[in-house]
Design a protein around this ligand. Structure first.
Ligand code: FE2
Ligand code: FE2
Length: 364
């Protein structure tokens, strides 16, 4: 791969060789999406423009040299590593006389250019908070939500589902067993919010939301026949956090957590999960949510737009915490399904006499 098209504009990448495009490597590498690798090369003087990724990434320079551009301006030689957190500007120029070969590594969900129609790179500069601040402080909250949503959209759970994690009925059942835990705590959060909301307009919003959501967890459960209850301490405690924390928040913080964080996340959740649930008895749940959750997001945005927000800091804080905790809930669901799927595959193999695996030489 030499170039990538982002928002209709073609960008020069140099030379990218994604390991997932090589059948021997695909067979060999673990299937749990914990690692993605690609060879990257720039000739001397060739430039990969400044850009950002929505996930953690690192470049290990293997041979030759490079100049880095963007947030870190430095020289790199063989053995040097540039670690790139999400959203940080970076780019490279191939050093003299031979440019460089490097390894691009991600440890989260999938390779940056693994899906050529959906490259995980942005070449546009993000508007700084300060720009938004001049117009309306609430815009900072909304703008940050866009950032959190973009990251959540790239969550490992969804990357795995898009790669077929739920194709097997047993994995799908396991996923729904885990999801049921979250769905139950979601209901409790919505209830708890009504119980401890203090002010009139907030109470109306909380009730409206409760009435629309009421009992969806039970519908989901009743739509399924083969169920195995899941108790996992990490899933349990991260999902329960929402029910517990909501009781300590101010009314406006509750709006941020419920609508800007949880309901927003649900729109991405259903976007990725619904296609994998076709022909399931749980279709009704997934169909209804993919429609209603957009409305539940809008309820919160409309409310905050009308509401006089004094101190933004506590809202930004609960926004950040909420998105992080959701990331943990979804990551735990991903782990629980992946571990289950791996155990399912391993059992029958263990009974057979094992044939030694083929050894293979894979050229760069
Ligand atoms: Fe990059
Ligand atoms: Fe909803």
């Amino acid at each position: 791969m030499r170039t990538v098209v982002v928002n209709g504009v073609e960008h020069w990448l140099g030379h990218v060789k994604d390991f997932t495009k090589h059948s021997a490597l695909v067979d060999f590498l673990p299937k749990d999406n914990r690692i993605s690798m690609a060879w990257v090369r720039l000739e001397a003087g060739e430039q990969l423009d400044e850009h950002t990724h929505p996930v953690d990434s690192m470049i290990l320079l293997c041979e030759g040299s490079a100049e880095t551009i963007g947030d870190v301006k430095s020289s790199m030689n063989a053995g040097d590593i540039l670690v790139v957190p999400p959203g940080r500007d970076h780019g490279f120029i191939g050093g003299q006389p031979n440019g460089f070969w490097g390894l691009s590594l991600q440890f989260d969900s999938r390779g940056l250019y693994e899906e050529i129609t959906d490259p995980w790179a942005s070449f546009e500069k993000r508007e700084a908070d300060a720009m938004a601040l001049r117009d309306d402080p609430k815009e900072i909250l909304f703008q940050r939500n866009e950032y959190y949503m973009e990251r959540f959209d790239k969550h490992r759970l969804f990357a795995l589902i898009n790669k077929g994690l739920l194709d097997k009925p047993a994995n799908k059942a396991r996923f729904l067993d885990c999801f049921q835990v979250w769905s139950n705590y979601f209901q409790k959060m919505v209830f708890a919010r009504v119980l401890c909301t203090r002010e009139g307009a907030h109470e109306d919003l909380a009730w409206d939301h409760l009435i629309e959501e009421l009992g969806h967890n039970r519908d989901l459960s009743e739509a399924r026949t083969k169920k195995t209850p899941v108790f996992d301490p990490i899933l349990e405690s991260s999902a329960a956090w929402f029910q517990n924390i909501i009781q300590t928040l101010s009314d406006i913080e509750k709006v941020v957590l419920v609508h800007l964080v949880v309901e927003c996340s649900a729109t991405f959740f259903y976007k990725h999960v619904k296609p994998a649930m076709q022909t399931e008895s749980t279709n009704k749940h997934f169909d209804e949510h993919s429609m209603h959750d957009h409305e539940h997001v809008k309820m919160g945005y409309d409310f905050i737009r009308e509401y006089p927000v004094g101190d933004l800091a506590p809202l930004l804080e609960i926004q950040e915490k909420g998105w992080s905790m959701l990331g943990v809930v979804m990551a735990r669901i991903a782990d629980l399904v992946v571990h289950f799927a791996a155990a399912e595959v391993e059992e029958p193999v263990a009974q057979q006499a094992e044939e030694p695996e083929k050894m293979e030489l894979v050229g760069a």
